[in-house]
Design a protein around this ligand. Structure first.
Ligand SMILES: NC(=O)c1ccc[n+]([C@@H]2O[C@H](COP(=O)([O-])OP(=O)(O)OC[C@H]3O[C@@H](n4cnc5c(N)ncnc54)[C@H](OP(=O)(O)O)[C@@H]3O)[C@@H](O)[C@H]2O)c1
Length: 257
């Protein structure tokens, strides 16, 4: 039975990943800050789960859950870096501490955790690391200055690690979600003025993204872009840049919200 770890398991895409991997018989470790939410998600999923409360924007304690998790469920087979936050506000309004915390959570801590897990996966010559980046890393959206930096960095690290590990049994799946209906996405829309263009863009649902990620793990696919429409950003980045720069409104000032 596979041991799957999902960070950011208390909401949105993380909650859907827990349900999906429990459904196919995995033992799932949930990691995030909100315990009650994780308990409800684990209870609804059924199956074998365990919960660890951890603030993953802190590098010093970010590995504390790992040993106890492996003691109970065995070595990690699938590590899913899903936890993330998003700041949507004018660049000059980014609070320095919030910016650093976001870069730690979205970029530095996932690399730190991968660095800790990788030697054990390589020793067993098996395992999968799933990195949830964003289409914002492929086509950075004006108004998400620091977030774009974190996700472009994370996506680049993920793509290069897969190449580096190609001749080993360890696989890396890079995930580029477009808009997916979660609390994060809803808060993101609210940060921009009304924009009719936003209303025609396709939006995905967490359960379908989770299914595609599980399938990519099983079939050792390189990447998941969902909704599929957003693959256009990967193939035509210059065209995407042209339209994004001209059509994305400047986000509301935090002071005015
Ligand atoms: N939804 C989208 O449209 C979209 C698009 C592209 C990429 N993504 C990416 O998909 C991932 C999941 O996003 P979502 O939409 O499901 O967002 P969400 O519903 O807001 O969930 C975010 C998760 O991250 C966890 N998290 C936040 N800060 C944390 C911290 N300091 N320590 C540990 N966990 C923390 C939250 O748990 P706690 O608050 O309990 O700690 C929560 O479980 C993120 O990496 C996001 O960037 C989402």
């Amino acid at each position: 039975m596979k041991h799957v770890v999902v960070t950011g398991a208390s909401s949105g895409i993380g909650a859907a990943l827990v349900a999906e991997f429990v459904r196919v018989g995995a033992r799932v470790t949930l990691v995030a800050r909100r315990e009650a939410e994780m308990q409800a998600i684990a209870h609804a999923a059924g199956g074998q789960t365990q919960i660890f409360v951890s603030d993953l924007s802190r590098i010093d304690t970010s590995l504390d859950w790992m040993l106890p998790a492996e003691e109970r469920f065995g070595p990690i087979d699938v590590l899913i870096h899903n936890a993330g936050v998003q700041l949507v506000e004018p660049a000059e309004e980014h609070d320095p501490e919030a910016l650093q915390a976001m870069l730690r959570l979205n970029l530095l801590v996932p690399l730190h955790i991968t660095r800790a897990v990788l030697p054990k996966m390589l020793a067993r010559n098996e395992g999968t690391i799933v990195d949830i980046a964003s289409v914002a890393g492929l086509a950075p959206t004006p108004g998400m200055w620091g977030y774009n930096a974190s996700k472009a960095g994370f996506g680049a690290a993920s793509e290069s690690l897969r190449g580096e590990l190609r001749k080993t049994g360890v696989h890396v799946v890079t995930v580029y979600p477009g808009p997916v209906d979660t609390p994060m996405a809803r808060a993101g829309y609210a940060a921009y003025p009304e924009n009719p263009a936003l209303q025609i863009l396709p939006e995905g649902i967490p359960s379908e993204l989770a299914r595609r990620i599980r399938e990519a793990v099983d079939l050792r696919r390189d990447r998941v872009i969902y909704p599929r429409f957003y693959a256009v950003l990967r193939y035509f980045p210059t065209v995407a840049r042209f339209f994004l720069d001209r059509m994305t409104p400047r986000p509301h000032s935090r002071k005015g919200r």
